[in-house]
Design a protein around this ligand. Structure first.
Ligand code: ATP
Length: 764
């Protein structure tokens, strides 16, 4: 090769090399410039958030993105407000609409969704220490911007000037020790990036050139900082369980169920807590709406108020309504007009009972008309039975009173007569309403309305109700969750899930730690339900399940015996007044829970007369109230109190040993224990009252048949047995009830046997 050729080739090679170096240098400069900008904007965000350190937050900068060797997280804030994954975006021309974010014409939503995935991963890992899923927040900060506060899916997008107020506004949701636990777990999960990040690290793109978009006046004034922190400090306090759970609960909230699922457990084991967290979790992590429903009409309002405080970001995507309200709305939407009129429904039943039921075998049985009304509502219509043959062949699990074929025939005749009378009156009853709604869903499915249905207190629902709700979502993943406790069944339906085609095999979870009660309260409450059998919705017959773990100890319940209503009222008022003098207990923290409506009226009147404000549970919607809450035990389902007074329990219900040879009546529901939650001093209180009200009941067959296995005759304390026997005989003569039936059926407990005075006050 000639020398000239060789020199020319070398020159071209050198030029090419120089070009390559120039290009590489330009690229490196551009990258460095972008990184430099990111550094500046991230530092500005960190500076904006620095004041949070004064209120117990920890700022963790430059952490490694879990599962990635190169990517890093700008900033993680861990503090009383929860965990915040903060990423700063130096983006221009940002617009947000319809849940998407744009930079100019470009849709940048996916970029934020990567961040959301990171939040989801962190949420899962921190559930292992008990952090509730809703306490991990993903925040994208727009550098140099103010007055931005929008949602893009699960990511909150705020301006640099807004981020401090946003994070501070969460207030104190975690205690200092919970913050420590979460901080330790976060430090392990997201290790520090020691070396300066390599130049090729993921950076916000495209970066704003430093000179074209200077960040000016990004920091807040002292007043603005103080006001943001103060707002946070004034944020309404929340219950501990709203943000921090037992790790098993937190994991359960996030668990994936490949079909319908069931959570069960005794009272106070946190079922409703898990159900609410689950509803919030599903609302945050899935598109569409969530339905939370239950049988008790007033409970959904209470649950909604609770979720408003617990998860204000998610509550708008959750519908709370009772099953009947759901059915009613559905029928309205479909143009199906029905008339439900409580008075006419009752009249129709009583007329049918008078003409068909009472004169026959049902009237002669030891069950009263209420039992047969329930039989029709829960067993026959509750299951949607349309022929006598179906009813004749039915297993009536949980109904306690076996029926002969003759009695079943009589029940069926009663049902037919009742339906005829309903038709004549132009009304339907509540069970018909559910059957109609179910029929509507069969005719025209509504599977896109709800992403998931969560049923609390599921044991109260009839099989038609469960079927109706199940039709809304079917077997989709995470879509149908029944939460309940067979032991608390108060509206027995006598059916199993298997029967109605809801398969929860492998997806049943049992909660067995009681968080609500002290050991002493639980022991006391267990005496009330000892020996009770109850039918589980999944077909198991249960008996007095005790939680495996009870978290707290407290004082023993005390019982006060009262010889009369007047005495009972005196104790009731004195006790409420004493409790109200306790620091931290207001009237709304006290529940006076009764077996009978009569006792509700009497207790409320007595309290009002003593100048104590009262809120009747029938009018309570879950919002804080200044009145002592008074209502039936049934109505107290799902509610909690610092102090519970039970003014009309009977002597037998609180004796240490159940009466031999008899099943204890379900006079007092385990709900009595459910209602009592810890107060600040750790004290819990249950107050019981006299059984004398029973002694004042009129001695009629309907009373006798009321399903009680005890009967207290209307005799004063200390009346000689012979006098009582004469009284019984005389009464039997006028009512036509055989004396033997009364005595043999163990319906009579002479007052004298119960001691000269009866009744109780207990404080736990
Ligand atoms: N992880 C927890 N930490 C602290 N307290 C808790 C926790 N979980 C539940 N609790 C407390 O226990 C109470 C009872 O919880 P919850 O109402 O969910 O129980 P439940 O099983 O639904 O009871 P019930 O069957 O009576 O309705 C809660 O109100 C709360 O005070």
């Amino acid at each position: 090769m000639p020398a000239g050729d060789s020199a020319g080739a070398e020159a071209r090679r050198q030029i090419a090399l120089a070009d390559a170096h120039t290009a590489a240098a330009a690229e490196a400069r551009a990258t460095a410039a972008r990184y430099g900008i990111a550094d500046v904007t991230e530092k500005a965000t960190a500076r904006a958030l620095a004041p949070l350190a004064a209120v117990g937050h920890h700022l963790l900068a430059d952490r490694r993105w879990p599962g990635s060797r190169r990517a890093q997280v700008d900033l993680v804030v861990v503090g009383p407000g929860g965990v915040f994954v903060v990423d700063t975006k130096a983006w221009r021309d940002v617009s947000i609409g319809d849940g998407r974010i744009y930079r100019g014409q470009e849709d940048a939503t996916d970029d934020l969704m990567n961040l959301a995935d990171l939040g989801y991963t962190i949420e899962g890992a921190l559930a292992d220490v008990g952090l509730a899923p809703g306490e991990v927040h993903v925040v994208a900060v727009l550098a140099g911007r103010a007055s931005v506060n929008e949602s893009v899916g699960p990511v909150r997008v705020v301006g640099e000037k807004d981020v401090l107020r946003h994070i501070a506004s969460f207030g104190a949701r975690l205690t200092p020790s919970q913050v420590d636990a979460v901080l330790a777990a976060t430090l392990t999960l997201l290790p520090e990036v020691n070396a300066p990040a390599p130049i090729s690290v993921t950076v916000p793109q495209p970066a704003l050139p430093r000179d074209t978009h200077p960040i000016q006046d990004a920091l807040l004034s002292d007043d603005e900082v103080q006001s943001a922190l103060l707002d946070g400090m004034l944020a309404a306090p929340i219950e501990e369980w709203m943000s921090f759970l037992h790790p098993a609960q937190a994991r359960l909230v996030r668990r994936t169920f490949k079909g319908p699922a069931r959570i069960r457990g005794a009272a106070g084991t946190g079922k409703t807590v898990v159900a609410l967290h689950r509803a919030a979790y599903l609302a945050r992590s899935r598109p569409g709406r969530i339905l939370v429903t239950t049988y008790i009409r007033t409970l959904p309002d209470v649950l909604r108020s609770t979720l408003e405080r617990m998860a204000p970001d998610a509550v708008d995507r959750v519908d709370f309504m009772g099953v009947h309200e759901f059915a009613s709305r559905l029928l309205d939407e479909r143009g199906v007009r029905i008339r439900l009129d409580g008075t006419r429904i009752n009249e129709a039943f009583h007329s049918a009972w008078r003409d068909i039921g009472a004169p026959g075998v049902l009237g002669a049985s030891s069950r009263d008309s209420h039992y047969w009304k329930d039989e029709i509502a829960h067993i026959i219509k509750g299951r949607g039975l349309t022929t006598f043959e179906e009813y004749a062949a039915l297993t009536r699990a949980g109904r306690r009173y076996p029926l002969t074929v003759e009695q079943r025939r009589a029940v069926w005749d009663l049902r037919v007569a009742y339906d005829e009378r309903l038709r004549t009156a132009g009304v339907l009853d509540w069970a018909d309403q559910i059957l109609l709604a179910e029929h509507e869903l069969d005719r025209k499915p509504m599977t896109d309305r709800y992403t998931a249905v969560v049923v609390d207190e599921a044991q109260d629902l009839s099989s038609a109700m469960v079927r109706m709700l199940y039709r809304l979502v079917g077997d989709r993943d995470d879509a149908f969750l029944l939460v309940g406790d067979g032991q608390q069944t108060i509206y027995p339906g006598g059916y199993t899930l298997a029967e109605i085609g809801v398969d929860i095999a492998g997806r049943g979870v049992v909660l067995d730690a009681n968080y609500r009660n002290t050991q002493q309260i639980l022991d006391f409450a267990s005496r009330l339900v000892a020996g009770d059998e109850y039918a589980e919705i999944d077909g198991v017959i249960g008996r007095g399940e005790r939680p495996a773990r009870v978290e707290r100890e407290g004082p023993q319940p005390t019982l006060v015996r009262c010889g009369s209503w007047a005495q009972r009222e005196k104790h009731l008022i004195a006790h409420v007044q004493t409790v109200l003098r306790t620091v931290g207990t207001g009237p709304g923290d006290i529940g006076v829970l009764c077996l009978s409506r009569h006792a509700v009226r009497a207790s409320a009147a007595a309290l009002r007369k003593a100048g104590i404000p009262v809120t009747e549970l029938t009018a309570y919607d879950g919002r804080p109230t200044d009145g002592v809450k008074v209502g039936t035990i049934k109505r107290a389902k799902g509610l909690e109190f610092k102090q519970v007074l039970l003014p009309d329990v009977r002597q037998d219900d609180v004796s240490t040993t159940p009466p031999a040879g008899r099943h204890r009546a379900r006079a007092v529901d385990p709900a009595a224990a459910r209602g009592v939650r810890r107060d600040d001093s750790g004290e819990r209180r249950v107050v019981g009252g006299s059984g004398l009200s029973d002694g004042r009941r009129r001695f009629t067959r309907s009373r006798l048949n009321a399903g009680c296995d005890r009967w207290v005759i209307p005799a004063a304390a200390g009346v000689p047995r012979m006098r009582m026997k004469i009284a019984i005989e005389a009464r039997c003569a006028t009512t036509g009830i055989p004396v033997k039936e009364v005595l043999d059926a163990a319906h009579v407990i002479p007052v004298a046997d119960c001691g000269p005075t009866m009744g109780a006050t207990a404080s736990c």
